[in-house]
Design a protein around this ligand. Structure first.
Ligand SMILES: [Zn+2]
Length: 53
């Protein structure tokens, strides 16, 4: 169950959008959660997951 969900996350949620400048960043969500990723443009560490269907 968990692994299935994880696969789903990998497929759709490895892309995040910076909340400040709306730049799209492709990164493993674990890194985003841990705050290890910063925006290329503005250096912000606040990201929002992209939902795409
Ligand atoms: Zn940014």
């Amino acid at each position: 169950m968990v692994k299935f969900h994880e696969a789903d996350v990998r497929k759709f949620r490895n892309v995040f959008v910076c909340r400040k400048c709306k730049t799209k960043i492709k990164s493993p969500n674990m890194k985003i959660i841990q705050g290890k990723v910063s925006c290329r443009r503005c250096g912000s560490k606040v990201f929002k997951a992209v939902r795409k269907k």
